[in-house]
Design a protein around this ligand. Structure first.
Ligand code: ADP
Ligand code: ADP
Length: 227
């Protein structure tokens, strides 16, 4: 009943000028439901490639990727993604950014739902603000609310706080743990900040550069209280 499973996953990219590149080689990874799993490693080691495969943005060359027991074939609302760049629509308010995906899927009461999730990320009162009127941290809060509103079982985060100053980053790490306490999603969290990984994760996968493997896993000896 494991949430995210990669079995013997390999990924080659075929580049026009410099030939094939092995980004992942025989990666095995199992993330339990409700677990926060951080992937750390140097730039280019294959972290985003793993996330893209789980998101369904790309397909493995070999091996299998499943989420809640189902093979991943395309992106879906069961897997929300938060990138370093918030990706909000600049012409929509915070509320309308969160509602957008719900309205596309014709989900009822989208305004109430959007308001609820904006409140959950600490943005009550900011519903009518446009992204340009919000700080970097607040924009990432909206991006997280937008993902949460879809009710994903898995949230994939690729350096979500990498563009924020140190203090905002800390407050976002705390927010993430609060959000986890409330909604209990499974989270794959990519970062190259080891301190950040230690703060948020139950388990940390450390990747090496060549040939794109998870070298070792570290598990918290004192599990976070999960009441
Ligand atoms: P990380 O997220 O750890 O920085 P990536 O997963 O982005 O690493 O990249 C792993 C390797 O695969 C890198 O060498 C990168 O240049 C290469 N790569 C990633 N995406 C592509 C692509 N679309 N085409 C060609 N090479 C790619
Ligand atoms: P964060 O969004 O992580 O709290 P920022 O440092 O980016 O952090 O916030 C910039 C400014 O916006 C700060 O002055 C902060 O106090 C204010 N701010 C952030 N979130 C809220 C909020 N929910 N309500 C009121 N002010 C906020």
């Amino acid at each position: 009943n494991t949430s995210v499973v990669l079995r013997n996953v390999s990924k080659q990219f075929h580049r026009k000028t410099s030939g094939p590149l092995t980004a992942l080689s025989d990666v095995n990874l199992e993330i339990a439901p409700g677990e926060i799993y951080a992937l750390v490693g140097p730039s280019g080691c294959g972290k985003s490639t793993i996330l893209n495969l789980v998101a369904g943005f790309d397909h493995p060359t070999g091996g299998s990727v499943t989420v809640d027991g189902q093979p991943v074939s395309r992106p879906g609302p069961d897997r929300g993604v938060v990138f370093q760049e918030h990706g909000l629509f600049p012409w929509l308010t915070a509320m309308d950014n969160v509602r957008f995906g719900l309205d596309v899927r014709k989900i009822p009461d989208s305004a109430e739902k959007a308001q609820y999730f904006l409140r959950a990320v600490g943005l009550a009162g900011f519903e009518k603000h446009y992204p340009r009127e919000l700080s970097g941290g607040m924009r990432q809060r909206v991006a997280l609310a937008r993902v949460l509103a879809n009710g994903p079982s898995v949230i994939l985060m690729d350096e979500p706080f990498g563009a924020l100053d140190a203090q905002t980053r800390l407050s976002m790490q705390e927010l993430l743990l609060d959000v986890w306490t409330e909604f209990r999603p499974t989270i794959l969290f990519i970062t190259h900040d080891v301190d950040e990984a230690i703060f948020v994760a139950d388990r940390i996968g450390v990747m090496t550069t060549r040939p794109g493997r998870i070298m070792t896993e570290l598990r918290s000896a004192l599990p976070r209280p999960r009441t």
